[in-house]
Design a protein around this ligand. Structure first.
Ligand SMILES: Cc1cc2nc3c(=O)[nH]c(=O)nc-3n(C[C@H](O)[C@H](O)[C@H](O)COP(=O)(O)OP(=O)(O)OC[C@H]3O[C@@H](n4cnc5c(N)ncnc54)[C@H](O)[C@@H]3O)c2cc1C
Length: 392
Protein backbone atom coordinates (compact mmCIF):
# COMPACT_ATOMS: atom_id res chain seq x y z
CA UNK A 1 0.00 0.00 0.00
CA UNK A 2 1.25 3.51 -0.73
CA UNK A 3 2.18 5.58 2.31
CA UNK A 4 0.54 8.76 1.06
CA UNK A 5 -1.20 10.11 -2.01
CA UNK A 6 2.00 11.95 -2.88
CA UNK A 7 4.23 8.90 -3.12
CA UNK A 8 5.88 9.01 -6.49
CA UNK A 9 6.38 5.25 -6.51
CA UNK A 10 2.86 3.92 -5.92
CA UNK A 11 3.79 0.23 -5.96
CA UNK A 12 4.26 0.08 -2.20
CA UNK A 13 7.67 -1.62 -2.52
CA UNK A 14 10.07 -1.10 0.39
CA UNK A 15 7.27 0.54 2.39
CA UNK A 16 8.69 -0.65 5.76
CA UNK A 17 12.04 0.86 4.92
CA UNK A 18 10.36 4.09 3.82
CA UNK A 19 8.40 4.21 7.04
CA UNK A 20 11.58 3.74 9.08
CA UNK A 21 13.43 6.56 7.31
CA UNK A 22 10.37 8.81 7.47
CA UNK A 23 10.14 8.23 11.22
CA UNK A 24 13.76 9.25 11.70
CA UNK A 25 13.46 12.28 9.43
CA UNK A 26 10.36 13.49 11.28
CA UNK A 27 12.70 14.29 14.18
CA UNK A 28 14.55 16.73 11.90
CA UNK A 29 11.90 19.11 10.54
CA UNK A 30 12.25 22.05 8.17
CA UNK A 31 13.23 24.38 11.03
CA UNK A 32 16.30 22.21 11.75
CA UNK A 33 17.54 22.35 8.16
CA UNK A 34 16.66 26.05 7.86
CA UNK A 35 18.71 26.93 10.92
CA UNK A 36 21.74 24.99 9.64
CA UNK A 37 21.34 26.54 6.20
CA UNK A 38 21.48 30.00 7.78
CA UNK A 39 24.46 29.12 9.98
CA UNK A 40 26.17 27.02 7.32
CA UNK A 41 26.33 24.37 10.03
CA UNK A 42 26.84 20.61 9.74
CA UNK A 43 23.87 18.42 10.77
CA UNK A 44 25.82 16.41 13.33
CA UNK A 45 22.75 15.04 15.16
CA UNK A 46 21.07 13.99 11.93
CA UNK A 47 24.16 12.22 10.62
CA UNK A 48 24.64 10.46 13.97
CA UNK A 49 21.01 9.31 13.93
CA UNK A 50 21.31 8.06 10.33
CA UNK A 51 24.50 6.20 11.23
CA UNK A 52 23.05 4.66 14.39
CA UNK A 53 20.01 3.46 12.43
CA UNK A 54 22.38 1.70 10.02
CA UNK A 55 21.20 3.76 7.04
CA UNK A 56 24.58 5.21 6.07
CA UNK A 57 26.26 1.79 6.26
CA UNK A 58 23.50 0.21 4.18
CA UNK A 59 25.73 -0.66 1.22
CA UNK A 60 28.56 -2.17 3.29
CA UNK A 61 28.39 -5.98 3.10
CA UNK A 62 26.97 -7.71 6.19
CA UNK A 63 30.24 -9.60 6.66
CA UNK A 64 31.81 -6.27 7.63
CA UNK A 65 28.95 -5.15 9.86
CA UNK A 66 27.02 -3.20 7.22
CA UNK A 67 23.45 -3.53 6.01
CA UNK A 68 24.20 -5.53 2.86
CA UNK A 69 21.46 -3.57 1.10
CA UNK A 70 20.79 -3.36 -2.63
CA UNK A 71 21.25 -0.06 -4.44
CA UNK A 72 17.44 0.02 -4.83
CA UNK A 73 17.04 -0.08 -1.02
CA UNK A 74 19.81 2.45 -0.47
CA UNK A 75 18.16 4.76 -2.97
CA UNK A 76 14.92 4.64 -0.99
CA UNK A 77 16.81 5.84 2.11
CA UNK A 78 18.22 8.91 0.37
CA UNK A 79 14.96 9.61 -1.44
CA UNK A 80 13.08 9.70 1.85
CA UNK A 81 15.54 12.14 3.41
CA UNK A 82 14.94 14.64 0.61
CA UNK A 83 11.24 13.83 0.49
CA UNK A 84 10.98 14.85 4.14
CA UNK A 85 12.41 18.30 3.39
CA UNK A 86 15.95 17.41 4.49
CA UNK A 87 19.11 17.29 2.43
CA UNK A 88 20.78 13.91 1.94
CA UNK A 89 23.66 15.70 0.23
CA UNK A 90 25.19 16.33 3.65
CA UNK A 91 26.01 12.66 4.09
CA UNK A 92 25.13 10.64 0.97
CA UNK A 93 28.77 10.06 0.12
CA UNK A 94 29.26 8.08 3.35
CA UNK A 95 26.97 5.59 1.68
CA UNK A 96 28.65 5.22 -1.70
CA UNK A 97 32.27 6.42 -1.59
CA UNK A 98 33.30 3.21 0.17
CA UNK A 99 32.05 1.29 -2.89
CA UNK A 100 35.56 1.57 -4.36
CA UNK A 101 36.95 -0.10 -1.24
CA UNK A 102 34.30 -2.84 -1.30
CA UNK A 103 34.83 -3.63 -4.98
CA UNK A 104 38.56 -3.05 -5.42
CA UNK A 105 40.18 -2.96 -1.96
CA UNK A 106 42.39 -5.81 -0.71
CA UNK A 107 41.11 -8.15 2.01
CA UNK A 108 43.39 -6.37 4.49
CA UNK A 109 42.09 -2.91 3.55
CA UNK A 110 38.49 -4.04 3.89
CA UNK A 111 39.14 -5.57 7.32
CA UNK A 112 40.91 -2.43 8.40
CA UNK A 113 38.30 0.11 7.38
CA UNK A 114 34.87 -1.34 6.58
CA UNK A 115 33.81 -2.49 10.08
CA UNK A 116 34.77 0.91 11.53
CA UNK A 117 32.87 2.68 8.73
CA UNK A 118 29.81 0.48 9.30
CA UNK A 119 29.92 1.18 13.04
CA UNK A 120 30.17 4.91 12.42
CA UNK A 121 33.58 5.12 14.13
CA UNK A 122 35.15 6.38 10.91
CA UNK A 123 33.80 8.71 8.28
CA UNK A 124 34.67 8.32 4.63
CA UNK A 125 32.53 10.88 2.85
CA UNK A 126 34.99 13.02 0.90
CA UNK A 127 35.77 12.18 -2.70
CA UNK A 128 38.41 14.30 -4.43
CA UNK A 129 38.12 14.09 -8.20
CA UNK A 130 37.31 17.54 -9.62
CA UNK A 131 40.09 20.04 -10.22
CA UNK A 132 39.83 23.71 -11.16
CA UNK A 133 41.55 23.43 -14.53
CA UNK A 134 40.30 20.00 -15.66
CA UNK A 135 36.56 20.48 -14.94
CA UNK A 136 34.47 17.68 -16.42
CA UNK A 137 37.50 16.34 -18.31
CA UNK A 138 38.66 14.11 -15.47
CA UNK A 139 41.53 12.53 -17.40
CA UNK A 140 43.23 15.96 -17.43
CA UNK A 141 43.58 16.19 -13.66
CA UNK A 142 47.01 17.42 -12.63
CA UNK A 143 47.29 16.22 -9.04
CA UNK A 144 50.27 13.85 -9.01
CA UNK A 145 51.10 10.90 -6.78
CA UNK A 146 54.77 9.96 -7.09
CA UNK A 147 56.13 6.79 -5.56
CA UNK A 148 58.90 7.32 -3.00
CA UNK A 149 59.84 4.17 -1.09
CA UNK A 150 56.84 2.89 0.85
CA UNK A 151 54.88 6.09 0.25
CA UNK A 152 53.32 8.13 -2.50
CA UNK A 153 53.93 11.88 -2.41
CA UNK A 154 50.87 13.89 -3.43
CA UNK A 155 51.10 17.35 -5.01
CA UNK A 156 48.27 19.32 -6.59
CA UNK A 157 44.87 20.82 -5.97
CA UNK A 158 41.27 19.64 -5.80
CA UNK A 159 38.15 21.77 -5.85
CA UNK A 160 34.61 21.08 -4.68
CA UNK A 161 35.71 18.30 -2.36
CA UNK A 162 32.61 18.24 -0.22
CA UNK A 163 32.53 17.30 3.48
CA UNK A 164 36.34 17.04 3.74
CA UNK A 165 36.15 18.89 7.06
CA UNK A 166 33.70 16.27 8.36
CA UNK A 167 35.48 13.19 7.10
CA UNK A 168 38.29 11.09 8.57
CA UNK A 169 39.27 9.57 5.26
CA UNK A 170 39.13 10.84 1.73
CA UNK A 171 39.11 8.94 -1.53
CA UNK A 172 41.51 10.68 -3.89
CA UNK A 173 42.08 10.32 -7.63
CA UNK A 174 45.60 11.34 -8.70
CA UNK A 175 47.87 10.84 -11.68
CA UNK A 176 50.62 8.26 -11.16
CA UNK A 177 51.79 8.23 -14.80
CA UNK A 178 51.95 11.50 -16.77
CA UNK A 179 49.32 11.96 -19.48
CA UNK A 180 52.05 12.10 -22.17
CA UNK A 181 53.33 8.66 -21.12
CA UNK A 182 50.09 6.68 -21.35
CA UNK A 183 48.48 5.11 -24.42
CA UNK A 184 44.92 6.01 -23.41
CA UNK A 185 44.22 9.08 -21.33
CA UNK A 186 42.08 7.06 -18.93
CA UNK A 187 45.21 5.14 -17.93
CA UNK A 188 47.77 6.21 -15.34
CA UNK A 189 45.30 7.44 -12.73
CA UNK A 190 45.25 5.84 -9.28
CA UNK A 191 42.95 5.81 -6.31
CA UNK A 192 44.07 6.40 -2.71
CA UNK A 193 42.49 6.46 0.70
CA UNK A 194 43.98 9.50 2.38
CA UNK A 195 43.80 9.66 6.16
CA UNK A 196 42.93 13.27 6.92
CA UNK A 197 43.30 12.82 10.67
CA UNK A 198 46.54 14.27 11.86
CA UNK A 199 47.78 14.87 8.30
CA UNK A 200 50.86 17.10 8.03
CA UNK A 201 49.45 20.64 8.07
CA UNK A 202 52.28 21.91 5.90
CA UNK A 203 51.37 19.38 3.22
CA UNK A 204 47.57 19.50 3.33
CA UNK A 205 45.39 22.61 3.40
CA UNK A 206 41.59 22.41 3.35
CA UNK A 207 39.75 25.67 2.61
CA UNK A 208 35.96 25.92 2.85
CA UNK A 209 34.19 27.37 -0.20
CA UNK A 210 31.16 29.59 0.23
CA UNK A 211 28.32 28.43 -1.99
CA UNK A 212 24.60 29.08 -2.50
CA UNK A 213 23.72 25.91 -0.60
CA UNK A 214 24.84 24.44 2.70
CA UNK A 215 27.06 21.74 1.21
CA UNK A 216 30.30 21.99 3.25
CA UNK A 217 32.41 21.93 0.15
CA UNK A 218 36.11 22.79 0.06
CA UNK A 219 39.21 23.22 -2.00
CA UNK A 220 42.21 21.15 -1.01
CA UNK A 221 45.88 21.86 -1.61
CA UNK A 222 48.43 19.04 -1.50
CA UNK A 223 52.04 20.06 -1.12
CA UNK A 224 54.06 16.88 -0.78
CA UNK A 225 51.57 14.95 1.36
CA UNK A 226 52.91 11.45 2.09
CA UNK A 227 50.37 8.64 1.77
CA UNK A 228 51.45 5.05 2.51
CA UNK A 229 51.46 2.86 -0.60
CA UNK A 230 49.31 0.41 1.40
CA UNK A 231 46.51 3.00 1.09
CA UNK A 232 46.37 2.66 -2.69
CA UNK A 233 43.13 0.98 -3.74
CA UNK A 234 43.65 -1.72 -6.33
CA UNK A 235 46.31 -1.59 -8.99
CA UNK A 236 48.34 1.47 -9.84
CA UNK A 237 47.03 3.18 -12.98
CA UNK A 238 43.55 1.64 -12.83
CA UNK A 239 41.85 4.35 -10.73
CA UNK A 240 39.73 5.80 -13.51
CA UNK A 241 38.17 2.42 -14.23
CA UNK A 242 37.48 1.92 -10.51
CA UNK A 243 35.66 5.22 -10.17
CA UNK A 244 33.61 4.53 -13.29
CA UNK A 245 32.40 1.33 -11.63
CA UNK A 246 31.08 3.33 -8.70
CA UNK A 247 29.51 6.06 -10.76
CA UNK A 248 26.47 4.09 -11.81
CA UNK A 249 25.54 3.50 -8.17
CA UNK A 250 26.15 7.16 -7.41
CA UNK A 251 23.97 8.29 -10.33
CA UNK A 252 21.08 6.07 -9.22
CA UNK A 253 21.30 7.30 -5.64
CA UNK A 254 21.40 10.94 -6.75
CA UNK A 255 18.42 10.28 -9.04
CA UNK A 256 16.52 9.03 -6.00
CA UNK A 257 17.39 12.18 -4.06
CA UNK A 258 15.99 14.25 -6.91
CA UNK A 259 12.83 12.13 -6.92
CA UNK A 260 12.53 12.82 -3.19
CA UNK A 261 12.96 16.55 -3.79
CA UNK A 262 10.34 16.45 -6.56
CA UNK A 263 7.84 14.68 -4.29
CA UNK A 264 8.36 17.32 -1.60
CA UNK A 265 7.85 20.16 -4.11
CA UNK A 266 4.68 18.62 -5.57
CA UNK A 267 3.17 18.00 -2.14
CA UNK A 268 3.93 21.54 -1.02
CA UNK A 269 2.60 22.97 -4.29
CA UNK A 270 -0.68 21.09 -4.00
CA UNK A 271 -1.15 22.03 -0.34
CA UNK A 272 -0.54 25.71 -0.99
CA UNK A 273 -2.62 25.79 -4.19
CA UNK A 274 -5.56 24.30 -2.28
CA UNK A 275 -5.26 26.60 0.70
CA UNK A 276 -4.34 29.99 -0.77
CA UNK A 277 -7.49 31.92 -1.72
CA UNK A 278 -7.23 34.86 -4.14
CA UNK A 279 -10.16 36.29 -6.15
CA UNK A 280 -12.49 34.28 -3.87
CA UNK A 281 -11.19 30.87 -4.93
CA UNK A 282 -8.25 28.63 -4.24
CA UNK A 283 -5.45 29.47 -6.66
CA UNK A 284 -5.29 25.75 -7.54
CA UNK A 285 -8.68 26.07 -9.21
CA UNK A 286 -6.99 28.02 -12.00
CA UNK A 287 -5.64 25.84 -14.79
CA UNK A 288 -2.69 28.21 -15.07
CA UNK A 289 -1.70 27.05 -11.58
CA UNK A 290 -2.80 23.40 -11.57
CA UNK A 291 -1.52 22.36 -15.01
CA UNK A 292 2.15 23.09 -14.29
CA UNK A 293 1.86 21.09 -11.05
CA UNK A 294 0.20 18.19 -12.84
CA UNK A 295 2.82 18.32 -15.60
CA UNK A 296 5.68 18.30 -13.09
CA UNK A 297 4.06 15.35 -11.31
CA UNK A 298 3.80 13.37 -14.56
CA UNK A 299 7.42 14.09 -15.46
CA UNK A 300 8.60 13.08 -11.99
CA UNK A 301 6.72 9.76 -12.17
CA UNK A 302 8.28 9.07 -15.58
CA UNK A 303 11.78 9.84 -14.29
CA UNK A 304 11.17 7.55 -11.32
CA UNK A 305 10.48 4.63 -13.66
CA UNK A 306 13.94 5.08 -15.15
CA UNK A 307 15.43 5.20 -11.66
CA UNK A 308 13.83 1.82 -10.83
CA UNK A 309 14.94 0.28 -14.09
CA UNK A 310 18.50 1.45 -13.50
CA UNK A 311 18.47 0.19 -9.90
CA UNK A 312 17.11 -3.21 -10.92
CA UNK A 313 19.76 -3.60 -13.63
CA UNK A 314 22.51 -2.55 -11.24
CA UNK A 315 21.36 -4.93 -8.52
CA UNK A 316 21.18 -7.85 -10.94
CA UNK A 317 24.73 -7.18 -12.08
CA UNK A 318 23.69 -6.10 -15.59
CA UNK A 319 25.21 -3.18 -17.50
CA UNK A 320 23.29 -0.01 -16.61
CA UNK A 321 25.46 2.93 -17.70
CA UNK A 322 22.82 4.36 -20.02
CA UNK A 323 19.95 3.83 -17.57
CA UNK A 324 21.86 5.19 -14.54
CA UNK A 325 22.86 8.29 -16.49
CA UNK A 326 19.36 8.81 -17.87
CA UNK A 327 17.84 8.33 -14.42
CA UNK A 328 20.15 10.99 -12.96
CA UNK A 329 19.44 13.44 -15.77
CA UNK A 330 15.67 12.91 -15.98
CA UNK A 331 15.22 12.99 -12.21
CA UNK A 332 17.35 16.12 -11.79
CA UNK A 333 15.40 17.87 -14.55
CA UNK A 334 12.04 16.73 -13.15
CA UNK A 335 13.00 17.90 -9.65
CA UNK A 336 14.11 21.24 -11.03
CA UNK A 337 10.83 21.63 -12.91
CA UNK A 338 8.91 20.79 -9.72
CA UNK A 339 11.07 23.26 -7.76
CA UNK A 340 10.28 26.03 -10.21
CA UNK A 341 6.57 25.21 -10.18
CA UNK A 342 6.55 25.15 -6.36
CA UNK A 343 8.19 28.55 -6.10
CA UNK A 344 5.83 29.98 -8.72
CA UNK A 345 2.79 28.49 -6.97
CA UNK A 346 3.83 30.13 -3.69
CA UNK A 347 4.13 33.55 -5.36
CA UNK A 348 5.91 36.02 -3.10
CA UNK A 349 5.70 33.64 -0.15
CA UNK A 350 8.01 31.27 -2.02
CA UNK A 351 10.79 33.70 -1.24
CA UNK A 352 10.12 33.63 2.50
CA UNK A 353 12.65 31.41 4.24
CA UNK A 354 10.05 30.01 6.64
CA UNK A 355 8.40 27.94 3.87
CA UNK A 356 11.68 26.14 3.02
CA UNK A 357 10.78 26.39 -0.69
CA UNK A 358 13.63 28.74 -1.55
CA UNK A 359 16.13 26.52 0.33
CA UNK A 360 14.98 23.34 -1.38
CA UNK A 361 14.90 25.25 -4.71
CA UNK A 362 18.60 26.09 -4.31
CA UNK A 363 19.47 22.56 -3.21
CA UNK A 364 17.58 20.85 -6.06
CA UNK A 365 19.50 22.79 -8.71
CA UNK A 366 22.79 21.13 -7.81
CA UNK A 367 21.96 17.77 -9.37
CA UNK A 368 21.68 19.14 -12.89
CA UNK A 369 25.38 20.02 -12.54
CA UNK A 370 26.98 17.58 -10.07
CA UNK A 371 28.21 14.89 -9.77
CA UNK A 372 28.07 15.05 -13.57
CA UNK A 373 26.46 17.79 -15.61
CA UNK A 374 23.46 16.85 -17.71
CA UNK A 375 25.27 17.90 -20.89
CA UNK A 376 27.89 15.27 -20.23
CA UNK A 377 25.11 12.70 -19.79
CA UNK A 378 23.74 13.68 -23.20
CA UNK A 379 27.22 13.37 -24.73
CA UNK A 380 27.52 9.90 -23.21
CA UNK A 381 24.16 8.81 -24.64
CA UNK A 382 24.90 10.31 -28.04
CA UNK A 383 28.26 8.60 -28.34
CA UNK A 384 27.98 5.32 -26.45
CA UNK A 385 24.31 4.46 -26.92
CA UNK A 386 23.39 6.08 -30.23
CA UNK A 387 26.72 5.74 -32.02
CA UNK A 388 27.10 9.43 -32.87
CA UNK A 389 30.60 10.93 -33.20
CA UNK A 390 32.39 11.87 -30.00
CA UNK A 391 31.77 15.59 -29.51
CA UNK A 392 34.64 16.47 -27.20
C1 LIG B 1 28.21 22.02 -4.44
C2 LIG B 1 29.12 21.12 -5.23
C3 LIG B 1 29.63 19.99 -4.64
C4 LIG B 1 30.52 19.18 -5.34
N1 LIG B 1 31.10 18.09 -4.71
C5 LIG B 1 32.09 17.41 -5.33
C6 LIG B 1 32.84 16.42 -4.63
O1 LIG B 1 32.56 16.10 -3.46
N2 LIG B 1 33.89 15.84 -5.27
C7 LIG B 1 34.24 16.16 -6.55
O2 LIG B 1 35.19 15.59 -7.06
N3 LIG B 1 33.54 17.09 -7.25
C8 LIG B 1 32.49 17.73 -6.66
N4 LIG B 1 31.79 18.70 -7.35
C9 LIG B 1 32.20 19.03 -8.70
C10 LIG B 1 31.18 18.61 -9.76
O3 LIG B 1 31.26 17.24 -9.97
C11 LIG B 1 31.49 19.45 -11.01
O4 LIG B 1 31.13 20.80 -10.73
C12 LIG B 1 30.76 18.95 -12.21
O5 LIG B 1 31.24 17.67 -12.57
C13 LIG B 1 30.94 19.90 -13.41
O6 LIG B 1 32.29 20.23 -13.59
P1 LIG B 1 32.75 21.75 -13.65
O7 LIG B 1 32.08 22.48 -12.54
O8 LIG B 1 34.21 21.81 -13.70
O9 LIG B 1 32.12 22.30 -14.97
P2 LIG B 1 32.83 22.40 -16.41
O10 LIG B 1 33.38 21.08 -16.80
O11 LIG B 1 33.72 23.57 -16.40
O12 LIG B 1 31.56 22.72 -17.30
C14 LIG B 1 30.91 23.99 -17.27
C15 LIG B 1 29.66 23.92 -18.13
O13 LIG B 1 30.01 23.58 -19.47
C16 LIG B 1 29.35 22.42 -19.89
N5 LIG B 1 30.27 21.59 -20.69
C17 LIG B 1 31.58 21.33 -20.46
N6 LIG B 1 32.09 20.55 -21.43
C18 LIG B 1 31.07 20.30 -22.29
C19 LIG B 1 30.94 19.53 -23.50
N7 LIG B 1 31.97 18.86 -24.02
N8 LIG B 1 29.74 19.52 -24.12
C20 LIG B 1 28.70 20.21 -23.62
N9 LIG B 1 28.74 20.92 -22.47
C21 LIG B 1 29.91 20.98 -21.83
C22 LIG B 1 28.94 21.67 -18.63
O14 LIG B 1 27.78 20.92 -18.85
C23 LIG B 1 28.69 22.82 -17.65
O15 LIG B 1 27.37 23.26 -17.75
C24 LIG B 1 30.86 19.49 -6.68
C25 LIG B 1 30.30 20.63 -7.28
C26 LIG B 1 29.45 21.44 -6.58
C27 LIG B 1 28.91 22.68 -7.24
Amino acid sequence: MPLSQFDIDTTGRYSDLRRGVRGLCARFPGAYWRRLDGERGYPVEFVEAMTAAGFLGALIPEAYGGGGASVAEASVILEEVNRSGGNAGVCHAQMYVMGALVRHGSAGQKERWLPALAAGELRLQAFGVTEPTAGSDTTRIQTRAERDGDDYVITGQKIWTSRAEYSDLMLLLARTTPLEAVKRRTEGLSLFLVDLRGADEQALTIRPLETMINHHTTEIFFDGLRVPATNRIGEEGMGFRYILDGMNAERILIAAESIGDGGWFIERSVAYANERVVFDRPIGQNQGVQFPIAQAYANLRAADLMRWQAAELFDSGSPCGAEANMAKMLAADAAWEAANVCLQTHGGFGFAREHDVERKFREAKLYQIAPVSNNLVLSYLAQHVLGLPRSY
